[in-house]
Design a protein around this ligand. Structure first.
Ligand code: KIV
Length: 296
């Protein structure tokens, strides 16, 4: 496709000072909606472990699950570049295992690149994955797979020493071959300094406005969970309320017997009778199609 977004498009967007729009997606329907709305990048995030599976962390997500969701998202995306998250323990054990799993996400999940969490300590892993022709997006700052090490989901790089380390990590990841970098949960002045230091695009989540692009978890921006409202999330819809209202209306109509009505019911198929006996006239309003789902 002519204007399909690639990792090279993203670099050009940074050079042209045009913001990159990224959002998570976990299935083909959401992917199609965001793709049509103009997303540059769709992230099959391991956040699916929390928002789709209902776990309290991303840690239980497996390679098989990431491949399953990646396949679905790539079927729904036409223009956007699709990135697949490397789940916990799919790249931490050994370089060989990391390369094999990155390759599986591309070959089986059909994604255009992979994302993995961590700083300079993963430079060798990233170099090898990139050498195997799989583009890598880095992810530093608040890295949810390290929730236990961080002692919770806490903003990173608030003091000088940790800020310095994050800047060093960012430079190391660029040198290792990352084509872009997610910065999550870092102060905006630090995100600004890192963004101007790197030639690869930075994508922020809870990292302020100076990043080259932004990413949000789709369920958060759509307001699907009224109990989750961190400072960095802006809700652009209240789907929890809309979906709750729609479901209530449906249940009420089922209970009172007003759904399904005539308009949403099939009539008996006289067409087959007519076809086999030309003397029989189909009554007005008789079924015109036997195909389920075709409106008559
Ligand atoms: O898994 C995810 O959704 C992510 C984003 C929050 C960047 O990594």
């Amino acid at each position: 496709m002519k204007d399909k977004v690639t990792i090279h498009t993203l670099k050009k967007l940074k050079q042209a000072a045009q913001k990159i729009c990224m959002v998570t997606a976990y299935d083909a329907t959401f992917a199609r909606i965001f793709d049509e709305a103009g997303a540059d990048v769709l992230l099959v995030g391991d956040s699916l472990g929390m928002v789709v599976q209902g776990n309290d962390s991303t840690l239980p997500v497996t390679m098989e699950q990431m491949i399953y969701h990646s396949k679905a998202v790539t079927r729904g995306a036409k223009r956007a570049h699709v990135v697949g998250d490397m789940p916990f323990m799919s790249y931490q054990n050994s370089v060989e295992e990391a390369v094999r799993n990155a390759g599986r996400l591309v070959a089986e999940g059909n994604v255009g690149s992979v994302k993995l969490e961590g700083g300079a300590e993963f430079a060798d892993v990233i170099e090898r994955i990139v050498r195997a022709s799989v583009p890598v997006m880095g992810h530093i700052g608040l890295t949810p797979q390290s929730v236990h090490k961080m002692g919770g989901y806490v903003v990173q790089g608030r003091d000088e020493a940790t800020a310095r380390r994050l800047l060093d990590d960012a430079v190391a990841l660029e040198q290792a071959g990352c084509y872009a970098l997610v910065m999550e949960g870092v102060p905006l002045d630090l995100a600004k300094a890192i963004t101007s230091r790197l030639s690869i695009p930075t994508i922020g989540i809870g990292a302020g406005k100076h990043c080259d692009g932004q990413v949000l978890v789709c369920y958060d921006l759509l307001g699907m969970n009224p109990d989750f409202k961190p400072k960095f999330v802006k809700r652009y819809a209240n789907l929890h309320e809309s979906m709750n209202g729609a479901a209530k209306a449906y249940f009420a109509e089922v209970r009172e017997g007003s759904f399904p009505d005539e308009d949403h019911s099939f009539r008996s198929s006289t067409m087959r009778l007519v076809a086999s006996n030309p003397d029989v006239q189909a009554p007005e309003g008789a079924e015109k199609s036997g195909v389920y789902g075709v409106p008559v």
